[in-house]
Design a protein around this ligand. Sequence first.
Ligand code: OGA
Ligand code: NI
Length: 339
Amino acid sequence: MSVLLSNWSKHAHAVPASYVLQQEKRPKNLNAVCKSIPVIDLGQLGGPDRADVLQQIMKACQDFGIFQVINHGVSEELMEDTMSLFKEFFDMPAEEKAEYYSEDRTKTFRLYTSGLNYNKDDVNFWKDSVRHLCHPLEDYVQSWPEKPARYREVVGAYAVEVRKLSMRILDLICEGLGIKVGYFGNEISKVQGFIVNHYPPCPDPSLVLGIGGHCDPNLLTLLQQDVHGLQIFKDGQWAGVEPLPHAFVINVCNQLEVVSNGKLKSAEHRAVTNTSVARTSLVTFISPSMECVIEPAKAIASESSPPLFRSYQYKEFHEIFMDKAQPKNTAVESLKLRV
Ligand code: OGA
Ligand code: NI
């Protein structure tokens, strides 16, 4: 499996041509940090400042489409354990990883490299990824790796905890939007995908991207990182989302933008690389089932604020999103009603 970066990149002294971006697409300001991204303390929700916390969440979803949460209830030990398990996974010998590698996108578990398809990507991205489904656990755990030995145990516990946090955040968003608490507790959040991205050190980070700019197509994304590299596009420039120990980065995604009738915005983001340390990000995607019908919530769209989007099945959106001809951050635009 020599295509996996985690197998060959430590011996590379230069970036191979297939990874080098066109001049105008190369990342600048690799180390810039956006200090104004809100960091919200969910520990305050039980106290007198509850309304203030709710307001911080809503403001962050409107102004940034991204925020970080601390004191969120997922155990720090479990977060550390899961992160180290994946560092171990990508450090396994090439022969052991080979049994998990696949270019078949229909597989429920997959280890792959670059973007959608290593051989077909216009330019390769500087990352390897693991991807699988998580919910309900008993349906998927058998398809997960048996190496490292604790994979199923650790990732299983992590998936359950992160799901609880996701549903809690979605309920807070319901409250903030003034829609029924529990609105997201059905088909719209049924699928829980997990992608672990691994970005090895790169000989020249100014020539490559770890993942290109995009908005996530799903409902809500929760990301754990411990090394700088995630950036958002804000006010005409790219800047980093500071890695905070034990925090989750929460992303408003395209479906939340539609349900909120455009009140909440999804953040365009990407990842850059560095020369010295491997960066691993653990990304949980809460998504609708393919059959789920998505539309602006009735309680939000009204006569005074007519629906901006037509209703559609998630599979329709997904097809548009996956269509390479369509720039990714405009998928949601194509479902806009002309009002
Ligand atoms: C993603 C993503 C960013 C990162 O997987 O959708 O945006 O830091 N990842 O890995
Ligand atoms: Ni993303």
